[in-house]
Design a protein around this ligand. Structure first.
Ligand SMILES: Cc1cc2nc3c(=O)[nH]c(=O)nc-3n(C[C@H](O)[C@H](O)[C@H](O)COP(=O)(O)O)c2cc1C
Length: 441
């Protein structure tokens, strides 16, 4: 897993209570650690009956706090110091018992004292039998926690250890990780912003079963949406034919055609601070889609194509104040074509990527881009995971709107050595320290 800037060097306390789902917390601890967080695990005694502390210690390389009366001697962690130093606390799984303690303010174990002693944002991920979860007492405790600003990650529906089928399954570790990112974003440098992102490739119908489209996977747009969410923005993601699940904490609107995308963008963009157009929108569509499936014949078939709505041009005409970022996927004369598009569309920034490079662009997990700005900016980035490219783009958006990027920005990534260790490839190997992306040239 690549480093996730918002998690890098953040102190995340993972509270594990005595649910059968405690084993999933091991995968969560691993994912948080790989993403760059310093993970301190606090367990209840009941949790240690189900998973051994050593599993967490081996993964986090940090001592696990269980018994507050033995902490000082054994680990030099006081019963409140974990909470005081935390950037975020996640209780996963949270049992009915632990939720009750948190709601009432009881303080007889390491999770409860840590939460009380901390002012960091708290996320709880309940896990229990479906009948327990539906019990009014549990619902009331969750409501108390919600009222206090605690984020609640609803359990999923499915087979439970009790044999019942119902709601009570602990959310999956990757969803919990995303929720931790969103919770950290509450203090991010885009808090209070509204960001609109487009992603994917539009499909223009030829007949009821065929269409004209392109190879966009939507990964870059989804990465932008996640990065903006990580930094605190309210994100509206308009996705055309993307096979990826909705990112946690993002408002997703699914569309099919360029026309549907244009309508959604025009509806979302008033009041937005930034519009990031990463979708590959068809330039042309079949003029007259056939009402019924076309039959195979021996003669040629000619399709007449007409231009689609130019979405960026319509947002300019409509006079919105959002900072506008376009993407240029090119197979030749990359920077020349990108600069021309920047000018023609009156964009503030354009992200140029060469779609012919192996391991970059359409469908790939990484991207090799150059960010060009109307103010003369030209930033050539190495091949990077798309999430990190997204952070770098947002750093420039933030700069143009008059603020230095801070929390979780791409600049803060430790070094490209870490990227290499965690799966970054290619050009990144030629760097020993992060280049300066934050300031204008
Ligand atoms: C095998 C086993 C599995 C359990 N799973 C859960 C569970 O998923 N959710 C829950 O609320 N309680 C569960 N319990 C009950 C809790 O362990 C019990 O309420 C305990 O007091 C919780 O303490 P803690 O919240 O301090 O860890 C389970 C108990 C056992 C023996």
């Amino acid at each position: 897993m690549p480093l996730i800037p918002v998690l890098q060097d953040k102190r995340v306390v993972l509270g594990v209570s005595g649910s059968i789902a405690a084993y999933k917390a091991v995968a969560l601890a691993s994912a948080l650690t790989q993403a760059g967080a310093l993970v301190d695990v606090a367990m209840t005694h009941e949790a240690t009956e189900l998973v051994r502390p050593l599993s967490f210690q081996a993964i986090t390389h940090r001592p696990v706090a269980v018994d507050m009366f033995h902490l000082l001697a054994e680990t030099e962690i006081g019963h409140v110091s974990l909470g005081l130093n935390a950037d975020a606390i996640v209780v996963a799984p949270a049992t009915a018992h632990t939720l009750a303690k948190l709601a009432l303010g009881l303080a007889d174990d390491m999770i409860a004292t840590t939460v009380l002693a901390s002012r960091a944002p708290v996320l709880v991920a309940p896990a229990m039998d479906a009948n327990m979860y539906q019990h009014p007492t549990v619902a009331e405790h969750l409501e108390v926690l919600r009222q206090r600003g605690c984020a609640i990650l609803e359990p999923g529906y499915g087979h439970l250890a009790s044999g019942l089928v119902g709601r009570g399954r602990l959310a999956e570790p990757e969803t919990i990780l995303e929720a931790v990112r969103a919770v950290l974003g509450r203090r991010g440098d885009l808090a209070g912003w509204q960001v609109v992102v487009t992603a994917g490739g539009t499909q223009e119908p030829i007949d009821p079963v065929r269409f004209v489209s392109n190879r966009s996977s939507g990964k870059m747009g989804f990465a932008l949406a996640e990065a903006a969410r990580d930094r605190g923005a309210h994100v509206i993601l308009i996705a055309a034919n993307v096979a990826l699940p909705d990112p946690y904490g993002v408002e997703v609107r699914r569309v099919r055609t360029a026309q549907e995308m244009a309508e959604q963008v025009l509806e979302a963009v008033p009041g937005a601070d930034a519009l990031l157009m990463a979708a590959a929108v068809a330039d042309y569509r079949p003029e007259q889609p056939a009402e019924h499936k076309l039959k195979k014949r021996s003669e040629e078939l000619a399709l007449r194509l007409v231009p689609t709505t130019d979405i960026l041009a319509s947002t300019a005409r409509a006079g919105f104040t959002a900072l506008r970022v376009g993407f240029a996927a090119e197979s030749e004369h990359l920077l020349e074509h990108a600069r021309a598009k920047l000018e023609q569309k009156g964009l503030d920034l354009i992200v140029a990527n060469d779609v012919t490079l192996p391991g970059s662009g359409f469908g790939a997990d990484d991207n090799k881009v150059t960010i060009l700005g109307r103010d003369g900016l030209e930033r050539d980035l190495p091949l990077l995971p798309k999430l990190q490219v997204a952070y770098a783009v947002l750093d420039q958006v933030r700069r143009l709107r008059g603020g230095a990027p801070d929390v979780g920005s791409f600049d803060r990534l430790r070094s490209f050595d870490r990227l290499r260790m965690s799966g970054g490839r290619g050009d990144a190997e030629t760097y020993s320290s992060p280049p300066d992306f934050g300031r204008p040239t």
